[in-house]
Design a protein around this ligand. Sequence first.
Ligand code: PXG
Length: 464
Amino acid sequence: MTAITNHLPTKELQALDAAHHMHPFTDGNALNAAGARIITRAKGVNLTDSEGHEILDGMSGLWCVGVGYGRQELVDAAARQMLELPFYNTFFMTSHVPVIALSAKLAELAPDNINHVFYASSGSESNDTNIRLVRHYWAKKGKPTKTTLISRKNGYHGSTLGGGSLGGMASMQNQGCPIIPGIHHIDQPHWWAEGGDMTPEEFGLERARQLETAILEIGEDNVAAFIGEPIQGAGGVIIPPSTYWPEIQRICDKYEILLIADEVITGFGRTGNWFGSTTMGIRPDIITIAKTLTSGYIPMGGSLISDEIATTIADGDFNHGYTYSGHPVAAAVALENLRIIQDEKLVERVRDDVGPYFKAALKTLLDHPMVGEANSVGLMGTLALTPDKAKRAKFKGEEGDVGLRCRTHCFNNGLVMRAVGDRMIIAPPFIITHDEIDTLVERARKSLDQTYEGLLKDGLFVSA
Ligand code: PXG
């Protein structure tokens, strides 16, 4: 058989892909009919596909390639570690240097009360760990009935049975993922879509207080933890009203409920601080990490854990772990990635330089007839598309059709911008320059124009 390489014709690659590769969250027949876009290489913030098109990656891969593509340092760190010690487990009273160094580094970066790490290979696995961890913690504290975790509709916490249950995506739960016992969902703080006539501040408080209502219903003695993303990512970059997180923190404190910040997207600089918890002013007991931990060069996830929890469960086995918990190559890459973020001051860059520049550039799109909201925190941005800005109206027809049209125009104009329903979301690498942000917004505007013209032509620029 001939080797399958970048140099095969695109059509042949697409045919092999269609024949053998099942894609995540994808309509297989639609994909096979269209043919996958084959990405062959990348450098900085730009992807190149098998037809030689250059595409500005406004999504950092999948929210992960913070330091950008083509970093030789990360390649070298992986190669060195593979030669020295490609694998060893950490189960039976053994450890290794990369995992020790990474854990100490993460303890240094994490909030003061957090100095311990439990590793996994993804965000989903890490949240599965968290479910077991908080229940085990409360059992150790002599409160074994505290088992329920409260999370949010339209939150995203992964695709395993645990992560998918914590998440609030009905489309997932309807497909073989019935919500596991002991999970309760409250509404999300999505003012644009659900805030009605309330001010954002009133609405933020109302949504946070649903946590208190749920705790009182379920009983304080039965609730283990609340989990939320500081800013919902996969749900559409939902930036909560300023009143939301302080009220959630107050409620968690009052009822002795652990707070888990799922920072798989917001961690390691995305919001302009090392953690989105800092940006939102909260004090979590556990922080879920993945993605930018390694800038996506190799899979790794984990749970950053408070001293209180770690010391409480230290007495006796915690019967949980993954073959690749603390994988030495992943740990070496993570460590080098964090060194780059720190040495190149990328967190400060997002906070003080490219973050504010990006926000101002996005806001220029507010004059577009279809853009009702343009907002960002750090390098996490969102555009709400609407046929009626004043009413924050939805489009007539299937929700998400307009977003998909726009996403397709973006791709064709050399920009990856994702659609969640009819919201567009953007999260470029931290190394993006002002010029590249200008290019991103230019391509976004062109795509919005084409989407708008198409809707007018098809008579679809109409409210539901
Ligand atoms: N928590 C959060 C907050 C996430 O965003 C996970 C957990 C799960 O991580 P893993 O590594 O198991 O995928 C995520 C993942 C999207 C998209 O389309 C977002 C994610 C994954 C896939 C697609 O925005 N986030």
